[in-house]
Design a protein around this ligand. Structure first.
Ligand code: MD3
Ligand code: FE
Length: 196
């Protein structure tokens, strides 16, 4: 895992935020349901890219279309693709950009990302807005965990073994960033889905 704290200048954060706003205008945030129970996540989501990550009663999967509008996901904006090229060191493009939107009380339980056929491709995480208390474990649910803060403009690259580790967001620290006028946090998770 590589953590790049403060990688993005405030100007670059604002550029990314404007691109995310334009995506969400076409592909609105929605509240996904958890498999089986159908309980809503506290995080609202949307996607851009050819593959969008979805969760609903029937499980987790990638879809080419928005679950509410039925439209194809918007493309991944070039400033976001440029960040992938700048930091991951791989020659192939990401296919999925999941947009996670956290209000002041939203959280994300400990889980692994394992819905991608491209199991060895890196994952790039971009944090915007309020700081998150992030938890990173190990290869098994019972592995010891540590927690650290992800602030606005921080990047995290998951590559090698860490790509498969358990992780989650314990909580958001409200009022820690001025980037989003409405408060809260936006995380962009870029992934390769199909085998390059
Ligand atoms: C560590 N999102 O959407 S991104 C997710 O901040 C997700 O919204 C979190 O976990 C968020 O699946 C964390 C950082 C991240 C992404 C993938 C990982 C951390 C990871 C894969 C392995 C280990
Ligand atoms: Fe994850």
């Amino acid at each position: 895992m590589r953590l790049l704290p403060g990688f993005l200048s405030v100007e670059r954060q604002r550029t990314l935020l404007a691109e995310v706003r334009a995506v969400v205008a076409r592909a609105p945030l929605y509240s996904p349901a958890m498999p089986r129970s159908g309980s809503p996540y506290s995080v609202r989501m949307s996607n851009c890219g050819s593959h969008g990550w979805l969760s609903d009663r029937s499980g987790y999967r990638y879809s080419e279309t928005h679950p509410v509008t039925g439209a194809l996901w918007p493309g991944i904006p070039s400033p976001i693709l440029e960040l992938w090229n700048e930091t991951t060191g791989v020659a192939y493009a990401p296919e999925a950009c999941l947009i996670n939107c956290y209000g002041p009380t939203a959280r994300l339980g400990l889980h692994r990302d394992q819905d991608e056929a491209a199991k060895d491709a890196p994952i790039l995480s971009i944090s915007l807005g309020d700081t998150a208390l992030f938890r990173l474990g190990g290869p098994e649910r019972k592995s010891p965990t540590r927690s650290f803060r992800l602030g606005s403009g921080d990047l995290m690259i998951l590559e090698g073994p860490s790509r498969h580790w358990f992780h989650g967001v314990d909580r958001i620290l409200p009022g820690t960033s001025q980037l989003l006028p409405e408060g809260g946090r936006i995380n962009l998770t870029l992934r390769r889905v199909t085998i390059p």
